[in-house]
Design a protein around this ligand. Sequence first.
Ligand SMILES: NC(=O)c1ccc[n+]([C@@H]2O[C@H](COP(=O)([O-])OP(=O)(O)OC[C@H]3O[C@@H](n4cnc5c(N)ncnc54)[C@H](OP(=O)(O)O)[C@@H]3O)[C@@H](O)[C@H]2O)c1
Length: 248
Amino acid sequence: MRLKMEIYILGNGSMAEAMAIGLSSKFKVIIVSREKQDSRYLSEFNIKNELYGQKYDIEGKNIILAFKPYALKEVSKKLVGKAEICISVLAMTKLEDLKHIDSKVRVCAMPNIAAKFKASTTIYYTNDDDSKAAQILKEFGDIYRVYSDDEFKISGVVSGCVPAYLALINEALQNGCVREGINKELARSLVNSSFKSSVELMQNFHPAIMKEKVCSPKGMTIEGVYFLEKNGIRGIFMEALNRSINKK
Ligand SMILES: NC(=O)c1ccc[n+]([C@@H]2O[C@H](COP(=O)([O-])OP(=O)(O)OC[C@H]3O[C@@H](n4cnc5c(N)ncnc54)[C@H](OP(=O)(O)O)[C@@H]3O)[C@@H](O)[C@H]2O)c1
C-alpha cells in the first residue's frame, strides 16, 4: 500500500485548522503547536498533533507555516534540518523573509479559510519548481501562481478580503429582506441561493453582460442598479480594495 504524503502544519489557529481539514482526505496531516491540542476536529479528521519543543526537526518534511507573521523569526530559530518544501501562508511575508528556513523549495501562499471546504482561492509565488506546491495547495481549492512580490500582495488581498466585502453585502441584503417582512431563515436562504446563482452566471458571462441580461426596460432591477450607481457603488469597492492593499 502506498503511504500518504505527510504535511506538517506549524500553527494551530483558524487558518491551520481550515487547511488541515481540507488536506486531510488526501494527505497525512500533522498539526505542530506550542501546546498539546485536543480540538475535536483532530480526531474527527484523523489529524495528528506534535509539539515544537526547544528544537523542531524539519529534515525532509513538507511544512506549512501558519502562525502569526510576527513569530517567523522566533519559530525559524527552532527549526533544524532542511525541509523538502516550506510553504508560508503568513500575511505580509515575502519569499526573501523565508531565507532563514532551510528548504529545497520555498513558497509564499495566500489561501483563505474556505480551505476547510476545499473552496479556497489560493495565490502562490515561488522562484523554485512549483509542482509540489501546486499538488498540495490545489487540494483545498483553486490555485493561481503569480510571478512577482507586487502581484502576490495585490492578489492575496483580493482572495483574503473579497469574502469579507461580500459578507457585508450578504448581511445587508438579509437585513433588507427582514425589513421588507421576510423571516430571517428565509432571508438567509434566499440571499445565499441568489449568491450561488450569481456565481454560476458570472462564470458563464462577463458581469456587464450578466447585468444586461437581468435588467429589463423600466424594470425593478435597473431601478436598484441605478440607485447603487448613483451612490458610487463601484468607486466604493475600488477604494476599499485600494485601502486594503495599502494598509500599513
Ligand atoms: N485567518 C485567515 O483568514 C488567514 C488567511 C490567510 C493567511 N492567514 C495567515 O495565517 C496565519 C495564522 O492566522 P490565523 O487566522 O490562523 O491566526 P490565529 O487563529 O490567531 O492563530 C495564530 C496562531 O499563531 C500561533 N502563534 C502566535 N504566536 C506564536 C509564537 N510566538 N510562536 C509560535 N506560534 C505562535 C498561535 O499559537 P498558540 O495557540 O500557541 O498561541 C496560533 O497557532 C497568519 O500568519 C495569517 O496571516 C490567515
